[in-house]
Write a protein that binds this ligand. Structure first.
Ligand code: BG6
Ligand code: MG
Length: 222
């Protein structure tokens, strides 16, 4: 019997490595405020919304600013980030992502994006993967940030597939928690010591084979 599942992909850190561009833009902004910003701190911003990221940076630097200044800095950071992503192309797709997307498509599975980023569509266009997704849920569609399950629940609804029949690929702790809260199967992509709350963990998509995907198609989150 053919079973249809919903496979929901996070974007940043799962499909493309944009953390390096977020880092450059946040670092310039932090430095302009006299705040130092390290790669380790950038790690803590993975999966974290733009607003919350700036709040954290200001807290690390012990700085408080006006609402207007906050809005201006958010805009400035994004303008710089947009410059970096405008130069992205297909070479920036993470290993074996197209192989997995093509396999899911051949198997007639539901494919969605579930990202916190408001720049998700631009990035997917740049790397020419936008047409692989049946639906895209991004930072412009949600009111609650991960670890709230909202982004994935909207994805499941738009795919018309029950949450229990959805599988999420995530590289951030908040994202794995959001998938679990949505009662979906969570697959961590990255470091097992960081993503230990996930149902399954892989270093990257090269470790995921067809058999694993096909088993997921017949599994259900209990
Ligand atoms: C997440 C990233 O996917 O999107 C975060 O991991 C980022 O680092 C967040 O802050 C929001 O992205 P954007 O593109 O709307 O600033
Ligand atoms: Mg991510």
């Amino acid at each position: 019997m053919h079973m249809k599942k919903g496979f929901i992909f996070d974007l940043d850190g799962v499909i493309v490595d944009t953390a390096k561009y977020h880092f450059l833009a946040w670092q310039n902004l932090a430095n302009s405020l006299g705040i130092s910003f390290s790669v380790e701190q950038n790690e803590q911003l993975k999966g974290v919304s733009r607003i919350r990221s700036l709040e954290k940076i200001l807290a690390w630097g012990n700085k408080s600013i006006s609402e207007e200044e906050f809005a201006r800095l958010m805009h400035e950071k994004n303008e710089e980030y947009l410059q970096y992503i405008s130069r992205m192309d297909t070479t920036e797709i993470l290993p074996d992502v197209p192989r997995i997307l093509d396999h899911l498509s051949t198997e007639k599975q539901g494919i969605a994006l579930g990202s916190a980023s408001k720049n998700a569509r631009v990035i997917l266009e740049k790397v020419q993967l936008i047409d692989k997704f049946h639906t895209i849920v991004d930072g412009t569609d949600v009111t609650k940030a991960k670890p709230d399950p909202e982004v994935f629940l909207i994805g499941s609804k738009q795919l018309n597939i029950a949450p229990e029949d959805c599988i999420v690929f995530e590289d951030s702790v908040a994202g794995v928690q959001a998938a679990n809260a949505a009662h979906m199967i969570s697959i961590g992509i990255g470091d097992a010591s960081v993503l230990h709350e996930a149902d399954y963990i892989f270093k990257d998509f090269t470790e995921i084979n067809k058999e694993f995907i096909n088993n997921l198609v017949s599994a259900r989150k209990v």
